[in-house]
Design a protein around this ligand. Structure first.
Ligand code: NI
Length: 162
């Protein structure tokens, strides 16, 4: 089984909260286990969709956000003209917010869905398709995340003369 998804719930303050959240999540379809960390103010959940889990915690009266890990960046090439980096996104990972300094081409090496968050708070889910490349211009500012259940990866080619 995949590792549990971690949700940050800053308002957890007592055993009462722990019980309320545990009860709320017991009704969510697909949830196999719930461990509430009172000290860490977080909840580890096995199974269930991210949206349904956050919804259930919201209904119980708490704000929940999914805590993501760092996506894995492996630089493959940098010859001063192009810089090639393979990005691997395990479930629940993200690049972190960044601004692109160069024009770039993305070559997906898996199928999958990426969550794109822009600096103005907009979030959208964008499908990528193995081998179907796309290009973006420098100045793009966003956070790229994988909120799905499967690993997603692409190769990024930055054009350093751009
Ligand atoms: Ni980017």
């Amino acid at each position: 089984m995949a590792s549990p998804t971690i949700y940050s719930v800053p308002e957890i303050s007592c055993e009462h909260c722990v019980a309320a959240i545990t009860t709320a999540l017991s009704d969510v379809a697909g949830v196999a286990s719930v461990v509430v960390d009172l000290e860490g103010k977080s909840v580890a959940v096995d199974g269930g969709s991210v949206v349904a889990v956050i919804d259930a915690i919201d209904q119980a009266g708490f704000d929940a956000t999914r805590t993501r890990s760092a996506a894995i960046a492996e630089q493959q090439l940098d010859d001063g003209v192009v810089r090639v980096t393979r990005w691997t996104f395990p479930p629940g990972s993200e690049t972190g917010p960044h601004v692109h300094q160069y024009d770039y081409v993305v070559v997906p090496v898996t199928n999958g869905d990426l969550t794109i968050e822009t600096s103005d708070g907009e979030s959208s889910v964008v499908p990528i398709e193995l081998g179907v490349s796309y290009q973006r211009g420098k100045g793009v500012a966003h956070n790229v995340a994988n909120d799905g259940q499967a690993t997603v990866a692409f190769v990024e080619v930055e054009l350093l003369d751009s």
